[in-house]
Design a protein around this ligand. Structure first.
Ligand code: SF4
Length: 352
């Protein structure tokens, strides 16, 4: 079978691989062995999977593609954050980010080529959505970075380009696969999915058997301002989002994170602190206050540090749990809201 006709291994769950093996007269328990070779021992050449029969190794070789996502470029920041540019099979380019923390290695995953949400401050949304990423492309970002760096990826955040819940089915399968103990074995509490607030999908996610941390991109404490910053607010206003996150909490007992990017003079004033505190009051919620990274196409400016501290303190004084996020990778445009869809595969740096 030619490479193009092979089944992409990273697009199969353990269950699907078991069924595939059974259909071809192999025992299903081999699926777990193969998963361990690929995801835990990083062995992608079936010839070296020594606990499998020669016959099964030949079958794997002939049937599956284990190729990793193609790395186009890697940019490294002063703080060791790395931005990976991957080329997909159809030529589209996506970015993922590796952040090193004292508690482990975290990969920020992109969920779509482009994004249709149109948030007014976000570089990632400048290019309209072209398509959703497939399961193998989602898993492939984590596996390729872990393999290239020879590290264990301990945390995953789905906060790159795209709205994850606009690619719901693949995201749920992705989380199940990277969480599986024979897959990448990343704990549910070490995986975070961030949504702009697609209410029906938040409700559906609350009912999934496998979940992650949930983060909501809020960014404004009233509907008028939020609709200006995030057009999706017209369809799903703040009240609806809070109803959905309350439901999520009732089903999961998991605290929800609300992300709030500070835009100078826009959403960082005393009135905004008070409005936000009122929204959060009585909820098991946490506000992640994020410094804004300048995007040259937009007129927004970052709030200065002193005002950012006043904002966080103001929330905490009203009993709301909040912290100011330390940004990583802003010097290589790898920070929040700075990832882009790259149009020119021959010269990806042109887009910066
Ligand atoms: S913030 Fe997220 S949802 Fe909004 S445009 Fe950017 S990538 Fe899309």
């Amino acid at each position: 079978m030619g490479e193009a006709n092979r089944v992409n291994f990273y697009g199969l769950s353990l269950l699907e691989l078991e069924e595939y093996l059974l259909r071809h007269d192999f025992k299903k328990f081999h699926a777990g062995q193969i998963f361990e070779w690929v995801y835990q021992k990083r062995m992608i050449d079936p010839e070296h999977m020594t606990n499998l029969s020669k016959c099964l190794r030949t079958f794997l070789n002939d049937t599956f593609s284990f190729s990793l996502l193609e790395i186009q470029t890697i940019h490294e920041s002063e703080d060791q954050t790395k931005k990976y540019l991957f080329k997909l099979e159809d030529g589209h380019l996506i970015e993922s980010v590796l952040m090193r923390h004292d508690y482990g290695n975290s990969v920020c995953v992109t969920s779509q080529v482009g994004c249709n949400m149109g948030c007014a401050f976000c570089a990632s949304g400048l290019a309209k959505k072209v398509r959703n990423l497939s399961l193998e492309e989602l898993v492939g970002q984590v596996v390729a970075i872990g393999t290239n760096e020879q590290i264990r990826v301990s945390h995953v955040v789905v906060m790159g380009t795209g709205e994850p819940f606009d690619n719901y089915e693949a995201i749920v399968r992705f989380i199940a696969l990277i969480n599986h103990d024979k897959g990448l074995a990343i704990g549910q509490r070490h995986i975070t999915v961030s949504t702009a607030g697609i209410v029906p999908k938040i409700m559906a996610y609350a009912n999934e058997p496998i979940r992650s941390n949930l983060a909501i991109s809020l960014h404004a404490p009233n509907d008028q301002l939020r609709t200006r910053l995030m057009p999706i607010n017209k369809s799903y206003p703040i009240r609806k989002i809070l109803e959905a996150t309350d439901y999520y909490f009732s089903k999961t007992s998991r605290r929800v994170t609300f992300e709030y990017v500070l835009l100078k003079g826009v959403n960082d004033q005393k009135e905004h602190i008070d409005q936000l505190a009122k929204l959060m009051k009585g909820r098991n919620a946490y506000v992640n206050v994020i410094p804004y990274n300048v995007v040259k196409e937009f007129a927004f400016l970052p709030t200065d540090n002193a005002q950012a501290m006043i904002f966080v303190d103001g929330l905490m004084k009203q009993g709301i749990q909040a912290t100011l996020r330390k940004e990583q990778g802003s010097d290589i445009a790898a920070a929040c809201g700075q990832l882009r869809r790259r149009w020119d595969s021959k010269n990806p740096d042109d887009c910066d």
